[in-house]
Design a protein around this ligand. Structure first.
Ligand SMILES: Cc1cc2nc3c(=O)[nH]c(=O)nc-3n(C[C@H](O)[C@H](O)[C@H](O)COP(=O)(O)OP(=O)(O)OC[C@H]3O[C@@H](n4cnc5c(N)ncnc54)[C@H](O)[C@@H]3O)c2cc1C
Length: 527
């Protein structure tokens, strides 16, 4: 045998060139159809145009920037001191992140000029890049803006709002949100970080233990005002005064370390000690918890639903492409019924999740004033209250369901690639998988939200019955059936029983899947 015949001619070239030239939006007929169906007719064309335009960037330049940053050696780090002995706690990130962030934020996604559906389709495509140190800062900024749009009543807060929403001299402010402390992230009412009013100026003292987007310009921080039993919400600038950013002078806090994480590794998540940081209260002090949960976390939870769907849509698309290229035993692997079935199953879940979250957004966009802190039943404004309540519960249902489905779907997509599936530099799938697991944990882990949904339905059941709730969600037939089941579970008080609480978990999953399936049917039935 000569040497030439010993050389293995196998090549991934065809797969790579197809993947390289794949436009995230144009190569995805289902997403196009869904984004044609849900937005109101007068905006459909603009949404389509915006999607095609941004998709070129996402599929090429921004994807390559993300591939450039997504390696272990390029993890963010913190430089504690400058060469002159000054404590600076500078977050060091690779140039690719800095460029990506600048370009994405320059889209002015949260400006009043950007229609919510245009923003949504852009975010959906951007989130297909994975967390990439861009998804978390985007949603934190969105939550900060929503909070300030309700409560910016001082010149400082108004300036922060303009900086984040519209930009100042082309520079867009970036937000973060620091609620979790070492003793607990779910139990925010147990926060120990303290706010003290010193001669009319509020200052924050204490430790926050999970501070993502630690490079941000402003953070929404929860803290207990001294001698108070309630938790208030503040905006804390990262820098001392307007010049602080350029002089690298922090607003009286230290970044003690960055966390070493399994997912979202490109994103700096820090442990921070506040030592008299200047803070601006947002909204009434006693309403801080209601506002942070009802406005800021509601946005983050809704984004988890959207980004989980985006991760799944991309993962499945790339798995399908690979299955149409790869051969085994003399045939394309997509021809094996077991492979075809797996692809069909994950394709369905990805589409169902996208349809469900877009339907949720369409209900949300119809709410006057967006999310609000607290939700007291109101007889006088019953219809509006009911719509708000539905959206509030759907946000949690979609968050837990999509965040649970995404790792399963991505794991199965990875398995289509065989051994190459777990290679970090072969495809984006391992990174999307790791990021999807974080989606399950932050912004309220599954059991916390299952408990919250249960308590909410229990609290309002005499005013708004679970049967009406399910009927409003799913229509008369299926809604009535699931509504009765819901009623029984609430009456039996299943969450207080270790044996029966599983029924609530299963019920919530069934309810959300039914909502997603109906949304999917609507998309399929659309022209
Ligand atoms: C990568 C990453 C980045 C993060 N970034 C931020 C950030 O920027 N800002 C921020 O504020 N936080 C952040 N977090 C923290 C995150 O929000 C918390 O981890 C989360 O809220 C859970 O809090 P915990 O970790 O303290 O878990 P715990 O609250 O200790 O919960 C542990 C377990 O107990 C369960 N549990 C708790 N209470 C209940 C209940 N009432 N009923 C049933 N089960 C319950 C939970 O479901 C969970 O499974 C981040 C987390 C991660 C992983």
């Amino acid at each position: 045998m000569d040497r030439q015949t010993l050389i293995n001619p196998y090549s991934f070239e065809l797969f790579l060139s197809l993947r390289e030239n794949m436009d995230f939006y144009l190569s995805d007929p289902f997403s196009q159809r869904a984004f044609r169906y849900f937005p109101p007719s007068e905006i459909k064309e603009e949404v389509e145009r915006a999607a095609c335009e941004i998709s070129k960037k996402v599929s090429n330049r921004w994807r390559k920037l993300v591939e450039g940053m997504a390696s272990w050696e390029k993890r963010p780090s913190v430089l504690h001191y400058d060469p002159y002995g000054n404590r600076i706690d500078e977050i060091i990130r690779p140039m690719e992140v800095e460029i990506l962030e600048k370009e994405v934020f320059s889209e002015a996604l949260f400006s009043k000029r950007t229609h919510p559906w245009v923003r949504l389709v852009k975010l959906f495509l951007i989130y297909q890049l994975g967390e990439s140190c861009i998804a978390c800062p985007l949603v934190c900024t969105e939550g900060l803006i929503a909070l300030l749009e309700n409560y910016a009543d001082t010149s400082e807060l108004k300036r922060i709002l303009v900086h984040c929403r519209d930009g100042i001299d082309g520079d867009f402010g970036i937000g973060a949100q620091y609620l979790s402390e070492i003793q607990g992230g779910s139990d925010v009412p147990a926060n120990r970080v303290t706010a003290i009013n010193e001669n009319g100026q509020w200052r924050i003292y204490g430790d926050k233990f999970f501070c993502s987007a630690a490079h941000a310009d402003y953070a929404v921080v929860t803290a207990r005002p001294q001698n108070s039993s309630s938790i208030a919400t503040f905006v804390v600038p990262s820098w001392e005064g307007l010049e602080g950013k350029f002089k690298r002078k922090r607003n009286n806090f230290t970044i003690n370390r960055l966390k070493w994480k399994m997912g979202t590794v490109e994103l700096p998540t820090a442990e921070i000690t506040f030592n008299g940081s200047i803070a601006y209260p947002v909204g009434p002090l006693e309403k801080g918890l209601a506002n942070v949960v009802g406005i800021v976390l509601a946005h983050s939870r809704m984004t988890v639903g959207l980004s989980s769907a985006a991760f799944m849509i991309r993962g499945v698309r790339e798995a399908k492409l690979y299955a149409s290229f790869r051969e085994a035993f003399g045939t394309k692997i997509e021809n094996f019924p077991l492979v075809a079935r797996t692809l069909e199953e994950i394709d369905h879940i990805a589409k169902r999740s996208l349809a469900g979250v877009l339907k949720l957004y369409s209900l949300f966009f119809d709410l006057p004033g967006g999310f609000q802190g607290g939700l007291k039943p109101s007889k006088k404004f019953f219809d509006l209250w009911r719509r708000r309540f539905l959206v509030r519960e759907l946000v949690m249902l979609q968050k837990i369901t999509a965040a649970y489905d995404a790792p399963d779907v991505l794991r199965k997509a990875i398995s289509i690639f065989g051994g190459h599936g777990v290679m970090e530099d072969f495809s984006a799938l391992p990174r999307l998988f790791r990021d999807s697991i974080v989606n399950e944990l932050w912004e309220g882990p599954r059991n916390v939200l299952l408990t919250q949904i249960y308590r909410d339905l229990q609290r309002v059941k005499d005013f708004y019955s679970p049967i009406n709730f399910c009927k409003d969600l799913l229509g008369n037939g299926l809604g009535e059936e699931l509504g009765k089941e819901c009623m029984e579970l609430l009456e039996k008080d299943v969450l207080s029983s270790r044996e029966e609480c599983k029924l609530w978990d299963e019920f919530c999953e069934k309810l959300c899947w039914a909502f997603q399936e109906q949304a999917l049917e609507e998309v399929y039935a659309s022209k």
